[in-house]
Structure formats: C-alpha cells, structure tokens
Design a protein around this ligand. Sequence first.
Ligand code: VTB
Ligand code: MG
Ligand code: MG
Length: 333
Amino acid sequence: MNQTLIQEILEVVEQAAIASAKLTGLGQKDEADAAAVEAMRLRMGKIEMKGKIVIGEGERDEAPMLYIGEEVGSGNGPGVDFAVDPCEGTNLCANNQRGSMAVLAASDTGGLFNAPDFYMNKLAAPPAAKGKVDIRNSATENLKILSNCLDLAIDELTVVVMDRARHKGLIKEIRECGAKIQPISDGDVQAAIACGFAGTGTHCLMGIGAAPEGVISAAAMRALGGHFQGQLVYDPSIAQTSEWADYTKEGNIKRLNEMGITDIDKIYEANELASGENVIFAGSGITDGLLFDGVKFEKDCTRTSSLVISTLDSTCRFTNTIHMKDGAKSINL
Ligand code: VTB
Ligand code: MG
Ligand code: MG
C-alpha cells in the first residue's frame, strides 16, 4: 500500500456518500444503500491495485456488487483487502437522522479479520484508556478506570449504547454509576471512532452491534491508537434480535465452526481484528454526525466532509472537499 492510495480511498467514500445523500430523508433505505454500493464500486475500479472485498454486502448470491470475495481495482499493483459499508446506518440516511456515513477499512492482503455476519459485543474508548479498560470487566469497573484515565468525574462521562432491548441491564448499570447515556438507534461505527477523538463529547461505546462493523471500527481505532475490543455473540437470547428468530445457539456455534472459528468466546483486540502491517480507515458523512458533517448540495457544487486515518504516515486527516460542477464560475466557499 502506498500514499496515493490514501487519496484514492478518500474519493471512494466521498463518491459513495454523495450517491447516498441524494436519497436522504426519502425513506428509501435500500435504494440509498444500492446507490452508495454502485458509486463505491465504480471509483474503486479505477484504483491500480489487486483489491478484494473481505467484508461487504454479503455473499455473492444475495449481493450483486461488493460481495465477499469480489475482486476490485485494476488487477495490477499492491494487494489490498477491504471491509466496506457503503451506507452505514441506512435507516439514519432514509430518515435524515444524524450519523450515517460511507465507510471502509483497507489493509494489506490478509490484514482484516473476515468477520462472520454475527453480532459482536464491543468496547471502545479513547487512547488514554487503551489497554486499561477491558471488555471482561463490568461496566461499573470500566467507568471507574475511564474516569481515572481521562481525569473526568464519572458524571462527566458520556457512554454511547445502541437503543436495543438487549441493553436494558447495561443501560441501568451505567445510569446507576452516574454516567450519561447517549442512546443511538443505529451507527455504532461512528460512535466507536468518535471515542478516539477528544472534543466529540463521546467517551465510550459499550454493547452489542454487528461484527462486520466491529472490524471497521477496530481498524480505525488501531490506526489512531484508541481502545477497541470485540467478542462475537452467538446466543440469540443475548442478541435479542428479530433477525435471529429462527436461529438457535447450537446452530450458530455450528455455523461459526464451519467458518473456521473454533475459539468462539475469544476476545479480539483491535490489532487482531485489523492485523495488517498497514491499515487505512476512511469515512465520509452522508448525514451530519459526531465526526463530520453530511453532504451539502449547492447550486454549483457539492461539499463533502470526511476523515481518513492511516498508519502509512500516522495521520488523521479531516477533509472538506468542494466538488465543483461543470461550468461552475463562482463558488461560495
Ligand atoms: C448494527 C450496528 C450498525 O445496524 O449492525 C445495527 O453495528 C443492526 O443491529 O451500526 P440490529 O440488528 O440490532 O438492528 C447499525 O446500527 C447500522 O448498520
Ligand atoms: Mg451496509
Ligand atoms: Mg452497517
């Protein structure tokens, strides 16, 4: 992987964000997702690389584009593996709510955990708490550690938790500690990464979201030096999701084993989920959010706001791009 890849990858997420953003607020989540997928694939195709999707829109049969195993790019150049979520938070996009973004993680071949389409218990925290908080601890214990590491009182800490039935006990425990809960309906990738930056008002992400999104979050947190741990969830009584209405714990364990995952209770550190020599994360806002704004359409231009984190040059780049329309004479910056 090389430096020019950073710029190209930025453009990939920008184009996906613009494509989805054309459909924000229209209540069309599948269409917004499809538009982002198509735009992402088109821009990726122009990159000189032997790219491969390792986390994508699903298996080849159900996903016509950006399916797991799909080869992307020109076919020449460095080998790059991708975990993509072209429209992370499709509901947020469809309802014009905060936190939807086009997102991906890239690494050298074999550098990203091929996460199954399962759930994952996650813990994300700022760099100052890296390796100090631990997903094996209770929420109460972790909040005490976080308070020490950040030099903030517990009632000054904000913890993001997905608003789900499965988190009833967790939310109660966090409230009893006195910390502030920020419930989100979707979009735990953005919340996890927001923990990595001071000033976002988000100090911790706790709870269960999707595993593929966990790998993307881990890649970003590894690259910026934040804390991220994940543990797969295979018990439907813990996940409490309608998606798994017909699934059993035993069946899920069998599925994991078939995928080669035998240590089913393993706790994965960020550098195990994103283990490549180099890792790049890129996200571009579809709607406004914790990290950046969403796409803004103007008469003569379209404005995107993005973040690229890269271990190649140890940078976090917050970028504002004005995409000028053909014939634009004056741009009101
Ligand atoms: C999770 C979360 C994502 O969708 O995948 C969620 O990680 C789906 O969880 O950020 P449920 O099945 O419990 O609804 C997102 O919120 C959006 O992709
Ligand atoms: Mg998606
Ligand atoms: Mg998603």
